[in-house]
Ligand binder design. Structure first.
Ligand code: FES
Length: 157
């Protein structure tokens, strides 16, 4: 794998891996932010696994790097600090609880709205953390806040 992203076809360069930091550092802080080819992402280290996603929440652009991680239905999720939407770390699905109006006393069920937040790939090489942007061709709701006027907000960790 080419990890430096230098001598590549410019069209493919956007999807080359970018070094965003050291493994030792993210294991201590458990999260970090980075700008990868002009796209701002957050990287989480949670229970021994790395996850990267667009930093701005698909709902209204909330700062996901400031959210708490909690399990819902056995799935680790980042909870957006603005309106508490839950997004699975592994897949970027938006989760919600559904109530059956014909049986409101029944226990609400966790359901998925589908993939709402774009997930990127994290790899570790020689103690360095690399992020490769997703080039999945589907339109993801979080793309709106990763482009245009919202693109590259101030990084803060
Ligand atoms: Fe994230 Fe509304 S902006 S829940």
């Amino acid at each position: 794998m080419n990890l430096d992203g230098c001598a590549q076809d410019p069209e493919k360069r956007e999807y080359s891996s970018v070094c965003v930091g050291r493994e030792d550092d993210i294991k201590k802080s458990e999260r970090m932010t980075a700008v990868v080819h002009d796209r701002e992402v957050v990287i989480f280290y949670h229970k021994g696994e790395y996850h990267a996603m667009d930093i701005r929440c698909y709902h209204s652009g909330g700062p996901l790097h400031l959210g708490d991680i909690e399990d819902f239905d056995g799935r680790p999720c980042i909870v957006c600090p603005w309106h508490k939407y839950k997004i699975t770390l592994a897949t970027g699905e938006g989760l919600y609880q559904s109530v059956n109006p014909k049986d409101p006393s029944a226990k609400p069920k966790w359901c998925s709205k589908g993939i709402k937040q774009r997930i990127h790939t994290v790899t570790v090489d020689n103690g360095n953390i690399y992020v490769t942007l997703s080039n999945e061709p589907f339109k993801c709701d979080s793309d709106f806040y990763a482009t245009g006027d919202f693109k590259v907000i101030k990084s803060s960790s």
